[in-house]
Design a protein around this ligand. Structure first.
Ligand code: CTP
Length: 397
């Protein structure tokens, strides 16, 4: 996802410096070329060799190493980079930059670069709360620098409070958000995800094997590309996607209500949820006891997407068709029946596709019947191609 991107990772001297090793790992796994700049204090916490080995690039630790022959190439780092992320950023580094001090390579680089700079602060809670640090951050924010909020929890000094370095996953998502084109800006996309659960009694339910991964990936990537996103989620074990607060619901009828409650201003609905088609006709108030053979009577749930299709109000509707037989014919039928603009079809019986796995194999079918095939891809990559397709169709391409 970050292939071809040049990232500068600044590491300053705090105990959280060890976490920037993990950030470096994630950035390189995503395909970014990373050059690491460490302050002298940072090298007291983690050895430069660790960053050098994992990045495959020399690590800059000393302003004057710039003048030693081969290292001169580093002068151009600021020009080549797409983004500079400082993680962890100490109160000292934030203070220096806010006040125009450039007395080491990292602070000099910040002053020399025109690319977006993201700070991920980490420090003791009282330092974080200090009016000096907050004023420095406000000053830098007003100049267009980007900041992650530190997390709350137990700090290395034993104090519990705000000041921990934000999760590596959240920093990575923020980096992607700063690097991606905002081609979906102006769109408000409502994505549904996960299964629904229909209760049989207080402890049992009818549900399906949907994990929510496809819908969560769509919501994440759409936000990254500038869309305003509403994520309506059935019960899922996944953590909420970074910077999104899902609207949780349990049953199909609750999901329908949640969608209608959040439809204001929505330009596109992507129904990736695996909605239960039926619910028990007479859910029991108490636990159903083992009394031999039982017959379960089911009542149909509303078809949420078909309901949206009957009253489109200009919204672009995307459905999913998870099938085991006659994939294309069934998917085409659903476009008609539910009045959709496109449908994402997948054969859930195929290896590497469907519920619970991290990959998917899809075909996108447009309203005019055009079929576009895709190979097996990660669900994040699938989300990218679905949104590319959607953006192209909405632009009339
Ligand atoms: N869907 C919905 N409400 C339902 C069932 C499905 O909104 N009660 C949506 C799904 O989120 C999906 C699309 O309709 O985007 C197709 O779902 P699918 O389960 O494949 O189709 P069904 O209409 O339920 O048809 P069938 O189960 O008979 O294949």
């Amino acid at each position: 996802m970050l292939k071809g991107k040049e990232v500068l990772l600044g590491v300053t001297g705090g105990i959280a410096a060890y976490k920037s090793v993990l950030l470096l790992r994630e950035l390189t796994k995503e395909g970014a070329n990373v050059n690491v700049i460490m302050t002298r204090n940072a090298t007291e916490f983690v050895g430069p060799l660790t960053f050098q080995t994992l990045s495959g690039n020399p690590v800059t630790t000393d302003m004057f190493s710039l003048f030693k022959g081969a290292e001169i190439g580093h002068v151009s780092l600021a020009d080549r980079a797409d983004l500079l992320v400082i993680a962890p950023a100490t109160a000292n580094m934030i203070g220096k930059i806010a006040n125009g001090i450039a007395d080491d390579f990292l602070s000099t680089m910040v002053m020399a670069t025109h690319v977006p700079v993201l700070f991920a602060p980490a420090m003791n809670t009282r330092m974080w709360d200090s009016p000096v640090v907050q004023a420095n951050i406000a000053r830098l924010r007003s100049m267009g620098y980007h900041f992650m909020e530190p997390a709350e929890g137990e700090l290395a000094c034993g104090v519990v409070g705000r000041g921990k370095l934000a999760d590596v996953e959240e920093i990575l998502e923020e980096v992607k958000g700063l690097l991606y084109d905002k081609d979906l800006a102006g769109e408000k996309i409502l994505v549904t995800a996960g299964p629904t659960e229909e209760h049989l009694d207080p402890i049992r339910c009818l549900s399906n094997r949907s994990s929510g991964k496809m819908g969560y990936s769509l919501a994440t990537v759409a936000r990254r590309r500038g869309a305003e996103v509403v994520l309506v989620s059935g019960p899922s074990c996944l953590p909420p996607p970074c910077a999104l607060a899902p609207v949780y619901c349990t049953t199909a009828r609750e999901m329908e209500q949640a969608i209608h409650d959040h439809l204001d201003g929505v330009t596109t609905v992507i129904m990736a949820a695996a909605v239960a088609d039926f619910r028990p006709a007479d859910p029991a108030a108490g636990k159903i006891k083992r009394t031999g053979r039982q017959t379960l009577e089911l009542e149909p749930n509303p078809d949420i997407l078909a309901g949206l299709g009957q009253n489109k109000e200009g919204r672009f509707l995307v459905g999913f068709a998870a099938e085991t037989d006659d994939l294309i014919a069934n998917a085409r039928l659903k476009i008609e029946k539910k009045n959709l603009d496109m449908i994402v079809a997948n054969d859930v019986a195929a290896a590497g596709a469907g519920f619970c796995c991290d990959t998917n194999i899809i075909k996108i079918i447009d309203r005019d019947g055009t079929i576009t095939d895709f190979p097996m891809m990660s669900k994040e990559k699938v989300a990218e191609v679905i949104l590319d397709h959607l953006a192209a169709r909405k632009a009339g391409k």
